[in-house]
Design a protein around this ligand. Structure first.
Ligand code: ADE
Length: 229
């Protein structure tokens, strides 16, 4: 998978991609991440990338021209499965959406900033708008890091243990069951007996029961959704 990330603040983004899963995916050659600084696509002498909104009002709007220039240059090099824009009014990021995006070959992601982007970019280039939650961030960089993390870990081969992505919370519409590691007893707090039994069928049954119990307690709406499927 190739990820092209269009941003006003590439330095803010790189640290997320130089650690952990995102780093491992790139090292293994499974994912290529390329950052594009929109200042480099500005036609003004000062590298200006934003302007005052027509009609007045507070805040600046990301200008159409640098973004259009950057997108078109990239589109000239390869086809993109999606051109994503991060915005609070987009489709809510979910595990099914992350699964779907993980199958893409080339994704372009535009980080919003300031008051947002000139609407003509959304109309003419963006194929998918994604929000990471019902709150407003200062910029889309954090949202893009979240989306890329959720997607890249699902690309086949990225996680060492293929099972671990399948056992994630939400992957089967349930939250994950509790996990324990050694020691079996700490300050009198014991690991559930069944996990020490070595009986895999019983352990799987216990995990499923715990996942159902937890989902009922914490996210009952997920169980309703599951029943509707
Ligand atoms: N930009 C600002 N807020 C955002 C959000 N909640 N999700 C995605 N992008 C955003």
């Amino acid at each position: 998978m190739r990820l092209d990330i269009l941003t006003l603040f590439p330095n803010m983004m790189t640290m997320f991609f130089e650690e952990s899963i995102l780093k491992r995916a790139q090292k293994k050659g499974l994912v290529e991440v390329v950052f594009h600084d929109l200042h480099d696509y500005s036609l003004t002498r000062y590298g200006s990338v934003d302007d005052y909104p027509y009609g007045g009002g507070a805040g600046m709007v990301m200008a159409v021209e640098p973004i259009a220039n950057c997108i078109e240059e990239l589109q000239g090099e390869r086809d993109y499965d999606d051109i994503i824009y991060t915005a609070p009014d987009g489709e809510l990021l979910s595990q099914p959406l992350a699964n779907q995006l993980s199958l893409a070959e080339n994704l372009m992601v535009l980080c919003g900033h300031y008051k947002g982007v000139d609407e003509r970019i959304r109309e003419h280039f963006i194929t998918r708008e994604i929000s990471i939650g019902d709150y407003v961030l200062t910029g889309g960089e954090l949202a893009v890091a979240v989306i890329c993390d959720a997607v890249v870990r699902l690309v086949p081969g990225v996680l060492g243990d293929e099972q671990s992505a399948l056992a994630d919370s939400f992957q089967d519409g349930l939250v994950a069951p509790p996990e324990y590691t050694r020691p079996p007893e700490f300050r009198g707090w014991k690991v559930p007996e069944v996990l020490l039994s070595g009986n895999h069928a019983k352990i799987e049954q216990w995990r499923m029961e715990e996942a159902l119990k937890r989902t009922q307690e914490r996210r009952p709406e997920l169980l309703k959704k599951r029943e509707e499927l």
